[in-house]
Design a protein around this ligand. Structure first.
Ligand code: PLP
Length: 395
């Protein structure tokens, strides 16, 4: 029952930041739950006291925790743990997916006009360094239902990799990913997904979707800290996609006590661990695991996802009722809703004024618009307050 007020109250009680603001900007960073805050504080304190030199803790407890974290990410994404590499963030994962391709000069890499820097910048660099051709699909003005048809029509036999967001940060469109993947695969083109606005915001079963690579951040809809995320690499892609960065985390440590030497021997992990490289900030890792456990065990994914969708519908209704706003997010959407203001009204100024009232949304500068993120922790009253405040400012 998505609107269960008692459950909502419990969830909100665990999120200190949602008590400070109308917290409507998970698209930038989600609120940290108390168990995650406590886990990070305890781990940072433990490091300070013990000096980070207890090998028995590093090699046993922390390694075990990293294994648990990969498994927790896998459950959140609808994948298996051996298909998950820990990454620093979305952009890190996209870099790995782009740079690890066996590129040959002249091959084509494809992006869309809905992408973030995190999707296009790794591609642009690869275009320069490998001599690739770039193709950009125009999706911004199309209906999401037509995206698979556009992919089928626009990709060429030379297209090798499509980089696309599952949910666009620019207009909030929810991409029909399974159909897009089918269309791309039919052209022999693999698909790397920017999951910054989808992981934790939409139900996910990556095996069913059939995608090749899926790069998710921890800090947004998964309510974790910055600096940690996950890259899904489909099992049967792992021999083909070569690691770009590497180091001792990528070795087959669990399988072989001596997986390397200084004479050219290096045995990579037989699974997605091969895309990891080296030491990570352990308090962040503790916090991420606590966030994912909280989402799974305390919040409940079904409730959270249904509630995010319900609040999105409420926001669409509430803001569409204001004649001076133009909501332009397509009906196929997840947790993001975008709207423009009347001509001549400065979006930054309105956003600053909202902040003064304790309402946190954000501007998307290149679209000259405002964006509301509806997280499962929000209330209808917060959204109505946003609408009435905008009505007042724009009267
Ligand atoms: C669609 C999209 N991709 C990538 C990013 C960058 O995310 P990260 O910091 O996890 O690389 C963001 C947000 O900042 C985003 O909205």
């Amino acid at each position: 029952m998505p609107s269960d007020p008692q459950h909502l109250a419990q969830v909100r009680a665990a999120l200190p930041a949602v008590r400070q603001y109308a917290y409507l900007n998970a698209g930038t960073c989600g609120p940290l739950p108390q168990p995650s805050i406590d886990a990070m504080a305890a781990a940072a304190h433990d490091q300070a006291i013990h000096g980070r030199i207890r090998m028995e803790v590093l090699l046993h407890d922390e390694r075990q925790r990293v294994t648990e974290l990969r498994a927790a990410f896998a459950r959140a994404l609808g994948a298996d743990a051996d298909e998950i590499a820990l990454a620093r963030n979305t952009t890190d994962g996209i870099n790995t997916a782009v740079w690890g391709q066996p590129w040959r000069a002249g091959e084509e890499v494809v992006v869309t006009d809905l992408e973030h820097e995190g999707g296009v910048m790794p591609v642009y660099l690869a275009v320069k360094k490998f001599g690739l051709k770039l193709r950009t699909l125009r999706l911004l003005d199309a209906d999401p239902a037509d995206y698979p048809g556009i992919v089928a029509a626009e990709l060429s036999d030379n297209s090798r990799l499509l980089v696309i967001s599952h949910v666009s940060w620019a207009n909030g469109a929810l991409v029909p990913l399974k159909e897009v993947v089918v269309a791309a695969h039919a052209k022999g083109c693999r698909v790397a997904v920017d999951a910054a606005q989808s992981a934790g915001a939409v139900p996910l079963d990556l095996h069913d979707i059939g995608v090749d690579y899926y790069a998710a951040p921890g800090q947004k809809w998964l309510c974790g800290p910055e600096g940690i995320g996950a890259l899904y690499v489909r099992r049967d892609e792992q021999e083909r996609l070569s690691p770009t960065y590497t180091g001792f985390f990528a070795l087959a440590m669990e399988e072989n006590p001596h997986p390397w030497d200084c004479f050219g021997h290096m045995e990579l992990a037989p699974d997605a661990r091969r895309y990891e490289s080296s030491s990570i900030y352990l308090p962040g890792m503790h916090g991420m695991l606590a966030s994912l456990r909280w989402l799974e065990e305390e919040v409940g994914w079904d409730w959270a996802l249904a509630r995010t969708a319900e609040l999105h519908r409420h926001a669409r209704q509430s803001l569409s009722a204001l004649p001076m706003l133009k909501v332009f997010t397509p009906q196929a959407a997840a947790g993001l809703l975008h709207f423009t203001l009347p001509d001549g009204v400065d979006v930054e100024q309105i956003n600053d004024a909202l902040v003064q009232r304790g309402i946190r949304i954000r501007t998307i500068p290149h679209m000259n618009c405002l964006r509301v993120s509806t997280g499962f922790w929000n209330t209808e009253a917060e959204i109505d307050e946003l609408a009435s405040t905008l009505r007042e400012f724009l009267a």
